[in-house]
Design a protein around this ligand. Sequence first.
Ligand code: SF4
Length: 215
Amino acid sequence: MMGDRDYRSVIKNAIDSIGRELEIEIDAKNIQTIHLKEVVQCLRRSYYDRIDPKEVERRGFNDLLSGLLRKLQYGSDPKEFAIDDIKLRGQADMLVDDSIILFRPTHSTPESPLANDLLYLNACMWIYDKVDGMIVYISGDREESSFSLTRNKKMFEEIVRRVRVLNDLLKEQKTPILEPSMDCMDCQYYQRCYITKKNTKQVSLAEMLGMGKDN
Ligand code: SF4
């Protein structure tokens, strides 16, 4: 009989291997192609993902939702947008009747869309040259809420700026600054960003007080 511990590790391994299959493939050496996913999240995280990656911890099948949709027949093909000599590459989860649709898992239905989802959706509208889009949040208990958006130039200019910054920092091999947010709590690089190791030497109280062992 399968013990509770084994059962959990089987599920975790399954989620991890499906997650790896569904990940957007990024060629770490090709810094002239920047992926949309990299610039809507913390740039420092994207930099570490290319330079010194650590596997992300996936929490459940819900996290695989948009990757699965991209791989299915509904998924649109990835598309590129030229920014001087850099290519910004994005992929929408679904393209229906000239509208971009993104699906995002959530614990509870949100009151408003998350900023990085809005940035992703808006950039997809520029990359695919569409004017309308929608984000659909689906919670574990199958509740859903959706938000629509009309494309916005200023928001896209921010993405273009971040593409240039990440490209420059990768070229110069400089680690981007911290971008503290709620995402840090689930980030695999949390320890690198916030916990510094100190070289501590164990000192006894007697030594601190200047007293030898023989005293
Ligand atoms: S812990 Fe926060 S600041 Fe550090 S890489 Fe992750 S998301 Fe960025």
